[in-house]
Write a protein that binds this ligand. Sequence first.
Ligand code: NAI
Length: 465
Amino acid sequence: MNAPLSEIPPDIIVIGGGPAGYVAALEAARLGASVTLVERGPLGGTCLNRGCIPSKTFLRNAEIIEALGQAASRGIRIADPSFTVDLPQAVAAKNAVVAPLVAGIGQLLASRGVEVVRGDAALRSPREAVVDGARRLAAAKAVIVACGSRPAVPPIPGSDDPRVLTSDTLLDLTELPTSLVVIGAGVVGIELAQVFRAYGAAVTLLEAEERVAPFLDAELSEALRQSLARRGIAIRTGVRVSAIRDAGSGLRVSVEGASDLPASHVLLATGRVPDLAAFGALPVETRRGFVAVDDALRASLPGVYAPGDANGRAMLAHAAAAMGAVAARHALGGRAAFDARQVPGCIYGAPEVAWVGLTEAQARAEGEVTVGRFPFAANGRARSAGHTEGFVKVVAGARHHELLGVHIIGPHASELINEAAALRNMEVTAEELADLIHAHPTLSETLMESAAQALGRCLHLPSQR
Ligand code: NAI
């Protein structure tokens, strides 16, 4: 490919328009750089088109269905409480949420003068990319490869059956599964299991590890398992799927050492792998299949950055956006570093789960700790809403009471965690959190109360004396 360079090179080329890429482009442009962003699909990447936002739209439907079930006990009589889910309409409603957000990113990029090139980019050198094998682009300063990830497809025989889905395809399904086997009880598996259970499918969640969401604090993982089971999701942990077979009208999922499971559909939710085609034939250094980067998100190639899922450090949209901004600032000569320890994580659904920092086991491995818990059942706001499941758990250092980790399972955990993350980042102690006046009645009071409980001075739980 020897097409001439027909244009003045922009300072920065960004490959990928997901949260890492579009934020990198916006930040670089804000700092005065000329930026070209190349994207082969819709702007917004996985988060907006196949991940965070579509799944939250569907989880809202699950919430509405659950609320319908609670109406009668709250004195709201609905004449005919039966319902059916019109999946094509649910998909259309999801698409109506996504489309303006995608358009909004285009408007933001345009407002800062970022040139958006449509096509598939591959690096030809650390400063040069080729789009769709035809157009050559060169960067004066740096290339930011924010190429993202795609669902991993494990080598299970039968995975190529069209009824075996990933999060990319399940969210656009227009025929309601009657029975769904979800392989992998990680974030994707747990969220989508809840959606399709609420929609009426029989759902079985299979997990190779001994716990659901094995990365969670063990107590939260157990509480989550119980809450998923209460919602009618069958859960089997410590199991391996050996094959998926076509059984005519449906599928049969073979589990090692156990009987086959029938399913109309199977969801593969066994992790994500980076999409490294954007590096072309360049020998970029990788670690466990992901691009190796330093704290400034620099890859091993000079002037090449790889923020977001590409490096696998924290495969979350908000981490990707933070990484994109760091890469842009660093590429333009600023001092910037990404700190994965400050990134909160969330699993959406009912109840939500959110956490920041160390689990109790991780903290105990580093030294002595004090732990406080406060149940949502003892919080007035949670009780008013009928959301009494779950608790907040604060893990603090035994001596200085620094906040090491905060773990929440319960209503609006993904909102509550941001206060915990902010305070932890600011190195606030459990005393300071316990003394911080929180508005009443709010769910956030549970944070204050669990910090007080870690210190043995919570007044809204019975005395232990
Ligand atoms: P994951 O890594 O969170 O979970 C995959 C699970 O599948 C693991 O628990 C693993 O032990 C299990 N597994 C793997 N192979 C298996 C097999 N053959 N049989 C049974 N179990 C098996 O990956 P997931 O859920 O696919 O999510 C991918 C990424 O996307 C994650 O990094 C996640 O953080 C991110 N994400 C974040 C969301 C959020 O923040 N709410 C939502 C969706 C995804």
